[in-house]
Design a protein around this ligand. Structure first.
Ligand code: CA
Length: 703
């Protein structure tokens, strides 16, 4: 059954599937046989019977919708733990597992890939790509997480944080091939998911904030790893010639010498293959730097930043694009998932794509043409009042580009929605979006836009000052969004921010894990809370569901992670999660499951170490304060307030000893634990960092 039906018929089809009670009686697709499921284009285009979860978004549609209905809105409160696996060596766990014929594949921290029995959790094989050894200096540009893996025919594909794309034999975990997809001299990394279609596997990368980066995606032959095609998202220096006509066209929308700052547009998430049009859709990233006055001083839309771009899947040739945020100025990248659905708008059947990027507008686009159908704000948006449907362009609020000085803007660079996956249920016709309202003050006063230079391996690629709001004023919600009516049908306020992605099922359910460590099930139609369980650690991954031998399971990785726990501040710190204190697990539920999880420690708030032995030198502390944000904050948090993904340095005894600090920071003494070596820092700079960190600690213990 392909999702090619008009909307009204799709509802009927869902009911038929939901009425089947024995999942073992039907094969996943027409290609299943004695030897098990063949994960090919046919299988990935199908809704199937729900036994398997074959791709990041379950199938090509990226809907994260399962036709399984053994667990439904009448019995979900009987869910209990069927099995779990403790993962004491893992930290950030944000990924979506896959399930093929009773085997569950998932990626832990540093891309350690494991296959387990989906009925018991028993380990079948493990593959460690030795990321720390390979990454070297690139440990500095990202923490340890990956959002997922891909499956095609007999192979599992993973992209490692240091930039490799690796194919493994799904039965044994033996490496089939490995390709380095990035120039190791550039501060590029991968947290994204390879996507496979028609014997090709495609991957992008991230790194816009760390240097002069030019975004691209590369498609490789799935069997051999040979490069099939590469598509750059922004034009290079015209003097070098253009790779294709699309780059020539894009260059018309840039001014100045943008290639010197790279341009940006990295594709770190948001790649969808569309079997109906044999197209690949890319969600592209923000500019490098964020401030358009630097990267394109005479104006211009700066294609293809912050766009959805449709490419021919066979050749990588440009077909169409829609730019969500022309001349992007706030880090409003469009890397969020691109979800395909057949909907009816004003009596017309539309093969639509849905996209809820950082900028706060929910876009519905006709995939046959790239034409914008509708766009409405799904969260607080003060940078633009509306999207003009005639021109397809946002109507910006005067001053929003910080052209008249400092201005508070919603959303912030965290976005109204980020990579936490949204799901879409063809039965309810609703998309389930984790949303955030976090403001930020933007300003480029005092920034010399004439002499600004791209950072060299440092998290300093904005070209402006941004002060993001803290926990006190930031809120979030799960919203059930009607893409036809363009409105929220129901919404649930959530604790804090950085709540996880969603799953929806034919059992009229939506599942979502929360930042506070609880996993919830809601009735998909009206948002009623039907079930919840405390999993003892912040949840950042989306759940999946699958069936083995007639039993439906719901499975989720538990392990606080992603950019916000790394970058710290009170936003993530409010939850009190620490990778050293709270458990990491893969937890799987079924109706009647009776296992008890071991108790989890309560929230942990690091106590800054008060010491009279270390006397802060204000001048050194100020010097350290200019180094810390670019080099250290990416893992240890802005203001040295950790978000739970790395040690809180205010509480670290290492910082009290110059010898110990130099050994760790300059000498790489803890590289094996993920702490990169900064051999290019001087001992004086290391000392300055010590004084900066100690300056963040109060003189007396807090009352
Ligand atoms: Ca960005």
């Amino acid at each position: 059954m392909k999702l090619k039906l008009p909307w009204t018929m799709a509802v009927v089809a869902v009911v038929v599937v939901a009425g089947c009670t024995d999942p073992t009686s039907r094969s996943e697709s027409g290609t299943s046989g004695e030897g098990g499921t063949v994960v090919d284009a046919e299988a990935l285009a199908a809704v199937g019977n729900g036994d398997n979860w074959l791709a990041y978004g379950r199938n090509f549609s990226e809907q994260r919708y399962s036709p399984l209905a053994q667990v439904d809105d009448g019995n979900v409160s009987d869910l209990g733990v069927a099995w779990y696996v403790d993962l004491p060596h893992d930290r950030s766990l944000v990924g979506t597992p896959l399930v093929v014929d009773g085997v569950l594949y998932y990626e832990g921290s540093y891309n350690v890939l494991r296959a387990v029995d989906a009925k018991t959790g028993e380990l079948l094989w493990e593959y460690d790509p030795q990321v720390i050894e390979t990454a070297g200096d690139r440990l500095r540009v990202v923490w340890d997480y990956s959002r997922g893996i891909a499956f095609w025919k007999g192979a599992v594909y993973q992209a490692t944080m240091d930039g490799r794309l690796i194919a493994l034999d799904a039965r044994t975990g033996a490496e089939l091939w490995s390709q380095m997809t990035v120039d190791p001299e550039l501060p590029l990394y991968i947290t994204g998911v390879p996507k496979v279609f028609k014997d090709k596997v495609i991957i992008g990368n991230g790194g816009t904030e760390f240097g002069a980066i030019r975004g691209y995606v590369t498609a490789y032959d799935a069997a051999t790893g040979e490069q099939a095609w590469r598509w750059w998202t922004v034009p290079g220096n015209p003097a070098d010639g253009f790779e294709n006509e699309a780059m020539r066209m894009a260059a018309e929308t840039w001014t100045g010498e943008w290639w010197k700052v790279g341009g940006g547009g990295t594709v770190w998430n948001g790649i969808t293959y569309d079997p109906d049009f044999d197209a690949v859709y890319l969600g592209t990233g923000n500019g490098a730097p964020w401030n358009p006055k630097i990267r394109s001083p005479e104006g211009g839309d700066n294609l293809f930043l912050c766009s959805i771009v449709a490419l021919d899947a066979d050749t990588g040739e440009y077909r169409w694009h829609y730019q969500t945020t022309p001349a992007e100025a706030w880090d409003y990248n469009s890397n969020m998932d691109i979800v395909l659905a057949d909907i009816t708008v004003e009596g017309r059947d539309v093969k639509a794509l849905m996209h809820a990027p950082k900028n706060g507008f929910f876009y519905v686009i006709d995939r046959s043409t790239g034409q914008l159908i509708s766009a409405e704000p799904f969260a607080k948006t003060t940078w633009a009042s509306e999207i003009d449907l005639e021109t397809g362009r946002p109507v910006e609020v005067p001053g929003a580009r910080y052209e008249e000085g400092e201005v508070e803007i919603f959303p912030s660079a965290w976005g109204a929605h980020t990579w936490h996956a949204m799901s879409y249920n063809p039965g309810t016709g609703l998309a389930y979006v984790p949303t955030m309202d976090i403001g930020a003050v933007y300003s480029d006063e005092g920034i010399d836009i004439q002499t600004w230079e791209s950072p060299d391996w440092a998290f300093e690629g904005a070209g402006l000052d941004i002060t993001v709001a803290g926990a006190e004023t930031s809120v979030s919600a799960l919203k059930a969004w009607d893409p036809v009516e363009q409105r929220a049908v129901w919404e649930v306020p959530l604790p804090g921010v950085w709540n996880a992605g969603t799953l929806t099922t034919a059992g009229n359910l939506v599942f979502q894990g929360r930042a506070d460590g609880r996993l919830f099930a809601y009735r998909a139609g009206d948002g009623s809370v039907l079930w919840s369980v405390d999993l003892g650690s912040g949840i950042s991954a989306a759940p999946i569901t699958y069936a083995v031998d007639g039993t439906q399971y719901v499975s989720i990785l538990v392990g606080w992670g992603g950019g916000m726990p790394a970058l710290g501040t009170t936003l993530p710190a409010q939850h009190g999660w620490s990778y050293r204190v709270h458990p990491r697990r893969l937890v799987t539920f079924a109706l009647g499951g009776e296992l008890e999880l071991p108790p989890s420690p309560p929230p942990f708030f690091p106590e800054p170490l008060v010491s009279s032995d270390f006397v802060v030198d204000p001048a050194l502390a100020e010097a350290g304060g200019s180094i810390f944000p670019g080099k250290c904050a990416i893992c240890h948090g802005f203001g040295a307030v950790a978000g739970g993904a790395a040690p809180d340095l205010r509480a670290s005894p290492v910082v009290l000893s110059h010898e110990a600090f130099v050994d760790v920071v300059l000498g790489g003494g803890r590289q094996q634990m993920g702490m990169p070596q900064f051999s290019n820092l001087s001992e004086i700079e290391a000392g300055a960092l010590q004084h900066y960190i100690r300056a963040q600690v109060p003189d007396k213990p807090e009352e």
